[in-house]
Write a protein of this length. Sequence first.
Length: 123
Amino acid sequence: MMRLVVALAFLLLVPSSAAASPPLPGVPPWVGAEPVVQARELYVGAGGSLFVGQIRWTSLTPERGTAVGVVHVNECTPTCAAGTLRQFPAALEFDDVTDSSFTCLRLTYAGRTTVVPLGSRRC
């Protein structure tokens, strides 16, 4: 009986290595979509004018995510319907987690950084 009490006390005092960690946040691949953890593509411009594909995640924690990909930008010249898509290598930084979803994207391509809200909140 004493061994059982000692064993139970030991189990209560030793922290569990299987402690639940916070879930990894996702990214809504387009406006209104459910978040996807480690999404491979992302539509962030109106009417498909800004699209990021071939996303490869380099880091993902419950607070922040980084990735690289290829951004496709519609130059909308002479109009968006007749515009040309240009492609650039891109770096993506995600943060500001709300309800298990990133709400802010910093997208860097062609020497500039664009801050993109992912949802209804501002970055």
